[in-house]
Design a protein around this ligand. Structure first.
Ligand SMILES: [Zn+2]
Length: 352
């Protein structure tokens, strides 16, 4: 064949493989010889043009060279070992360990600010002998509304104020529509049905409302519910417990006030304010110049609620209260956007 000689290829192969010192060089050789446009492909493509009598010998030579290259590739790969896969800088680093370099530290996570606040609030009540109870976030319409004395025509039962779940086998079985609980109060019903007084329980958890999301609203937020049931529980017990709670969390110097209010599940009911922790009661933008901040709703448990759980209303009385969790860290740390809590932005979360 003109301009072509198998011996030349043999010696070229030997030179090439002798000088290959790393995996990258080996790969280039593989492409050079065995690649789709490599030397061997090129040789193979010439076979059809050869005279008949030359073809067998030429074919044998091509196969021999192919085997030779494959074997050399395998041998050389083994000889270079795993280290060859790494760049020179890494190999050098592995050989010379610099003990003065800082180590690789494992980054520790921590509890979310909302979890921390929930634990802080619950711990105040645990110190007073309350038990912590949790309930499901998917509730029956009965537990979420009816048993809490919230009548059918109450606006909170409207589909615009509650996430109803489509009817399915579970809804059929429960004989009540299912929904995402709009407050933690249905756990009152569950706890009272499954236990007997005396009861002192706090219930932390997520609640859901179809509110348009903005800086102060979210379709999901956290509440803590508390209630106590026994003989002779009075409004003064409620006031004493809530004052202990507010002073533990907001500081001993705050003032507290109860404003009459209406809730279907308590009677009488009151909203509870504390003196503004920002302006100390003088009036500022956070408290709307009022000097007071609303922190929770409360009242004496309505006898109709006791009837729904089968408690004797002539024997037992009790109080209940409920508060939003997000408000506390928002006030305490001056956080002006509720969405920050759920945004998973580490720059925000690492501050707490
Ligand atoms: Zn203020």
């Amino acid at each position: 064949m003109p301009g072509f000689n198998f011996e030349d290829i043999d010696s070229q192969i030997s030179r090439d493989f002798d000088s290959a010192q790393d995996a990258q060089a080996l790969e280039s050789l593989r492409v050079k010889y065995l690649g789709r446009r490599g030397i061997l492909a090129e040789l193979t493509s010439r076979i059809p043009d050869l005279p008949d009598e030359q073809r067998p010998l030429f074919g044998q030579e091509v196969n021999r060279i192919k085997r030779k290259v494959s074997e050399l590739l395998e041998e050389k790969k083994k000889a270079l070992g795993d280290m060859s896969a790494y760049p020179e800088a890494v190999k050098r680093q592995a050989r010379e360990i610099d003990v003065t370099l800082p180590g690789i530290t494992q980054e520790l996570g921590h509890r979310h600010i909302i979890t921390q606040v929930i634990e802080e609030i619950c711990n105040v009540f645990v110190r007073l002998g309350f038990a912590i109870v949790e309930g499901p976030e998917i509730e029956t319409e009965y537990n979420n509304f009816t048993a809490l004395n919230i009548p059918l025509e109450h606006p909170s039962r409207d589909v615009f104020d509650t996430f109803y779940l489509s009817a399915g086998p579970r809804a059929e079985a429960s004989k009540s529509k299912l929904l995402l609980r709009s407050h933690t109060s249905p756990v009152q019903i569950r706890a009272m049905k499954s236990r007997k007084p005396p009861l002192a329980i706090v219930v932390p958890g997520r609640v859901y409302r179809p509110d348009a999301v903005d800086a102060s609203h979210s379709f999901m937020f956290h509440q803590i519910e508390g209630f106590m049931v026994d003989y002779d529980i009075t409004f003064s017990d409620l006031k004493g417990i809530l004052e202990f709670f507010a002073k533990s969390v907001f500081g001993g110097n705050i003032k507290m006030r109860f404003r009459p209010h209406f809730f279907p599940f308590t009677e009488p009911s009151a909203e509870v304010d504390i003196s503004c922790i920002i302006c100390k009661g003088k009036g500022c933008s956070v408290c709307g110049q009022k000097g007071w901040l609303e922190i929770l709703g409360s009242g004496m448990i309505h006898p109709n609620v006791f009837r729904h759980v089968g408690y004797d209303t002539t024997k037992y009385t009790g109080f209940a209260f409920g508060m939003g969790v997000e408000r506390l860290p928002m006030l305490r740390y001056g956080i002006d956007d509720i969405r920050l809590f759920y945004g998973s932005d580490l720059r925000f979360l690492r501050q707490f």
